[in-house]
Design a binder for this molecule. Sequence first.
Ligand SMILES: [Zn+2]
Length: 498
Amino acid sequence: MRGPALLPVEPPTELEDDLDWDDEDQEPIWGDDLDEGPSAASRDSQSVALRLVPDAAVAVQGDRIVSAGAYQSSLYMDRLMSREAPKWFPGEIAKALERARTWRGLILPGLVDIHCHGGGGQSFPDAATADDALVAVREHLRHGTTSLVASLVTDAPEVLIRQVGLLAELCEAGDLAGIHLEGPFLSARRAGAQDPAKMQAPDAELVRAVAEAARGWFAVMTVAPELAGVVAGVVSGSGSAAPGGGAAAAGEAASGYSGGEAASGKGGGETASGKTGAESVIGALAAAGAVASFGHTDCSAEQMAAAVAEAGRALAAAGARFGRVPTATHLFNGMRPIHHRDPGPAMEAMGQAARGRMTVELVADGVHLDRRLVEAVFATVGWRNVALVTDAMAAAGMPDGTYQLGPAAVTVAGGVARLTGGESIAGGTSHLLDVVRSAWRGGVSLEEAVGSASLVPARVLGLERSVGSLAPGRAANLILADSELNPVEVYKSGRLVR
Ligand SMILES: [Zn+2]
């Protein structure tokens, strides 16, 4: 395909340093705004820049991208894009080539959504069959999300395990990239649309049971760091995990939890004393290959810092199958707000993200966050540490009305989903490309907004070598979009899906 394309540009390796870059034809186009000092774990993808190359060509063979670069610089491209080329290739590739010669819109990488509960009238927490769940997958796929993580909401353990088993089928079939559990170890004080009655005390055994049901596809779990049992130091009560004093942190966790009147019958205090020395939830997640995500939390900045440090250590030690840094679940939403003498979890998460130790999710859909805040987060932590997400529920792509989100009834009016009879926002109704457009119109650059919806979330999943960018060897996941970012054609693994 030929047209303006958003391409990754890698800085020179040592080998490339030896090449003669004075040759104008080989002028590299990276380098004027690279950030400094990423952590070792994320250095590779942390150094990739994205550029909108005005006249680019992306060539696809089978299910892979074989070449992507400036059109004029490639003889190979010239041959591929010639009028004769379609004759050399069979079927769909020939059609794509024919299309490519006339396409003048944007070529974008297929998007990666790591927080999505549903769409097209179906939701992952409520799907009775894999086919039901597939309706939601296809709704987002048609709109440019070529890699999707299915998110569940807080529910009873047997419900979670049943749904995880169902979704694992779709992961194995290549329709989903992984499974995310939002809860049930969350703060009832910051429940949002999560059902406080279904929340329970952190339990590493449940993490292991979910991992077993997920058959290798348990990717992310949202937990509240202040709950006893999430961070190892808080379980043992031995002091040092939270710089402000571990014992105080544990006490606050226990009171914070029991204050939620959750109906599990297991108070935080009982967990803290009853499970001394037991594996932390963060440790169990890393052992299962899953990324800890911190959210729906009333924690202090110190507790967030301790959780990020433990998660980073645990993921590095476990050689996790998915990514190497923890995430913050929809930053600002479902969190204690920032106060200048009590900065809380959101401020600490931004500080950690700015140092490459955390990736922060933003639901930048124009509803969940003010656009100025979105712009400020990008400016503060850098796009490489921001993952745009939809947090979409069944109403994505559907009209206003009433819907279900796990145990909760949701009313959608004017495209905004709220708990029926309440004020809490209950997920989003956008596709990820809509979120990219919203961030872009709000002041974030197109390159950064797209990168935060493709390359960054791919890295969160440890998949940045296979999806998330228009680079040779990656899956041929592409969006042809018009200049207002409306999807015109969508390809997954080289196949036209829209
Ligand atoms: Zn959610």
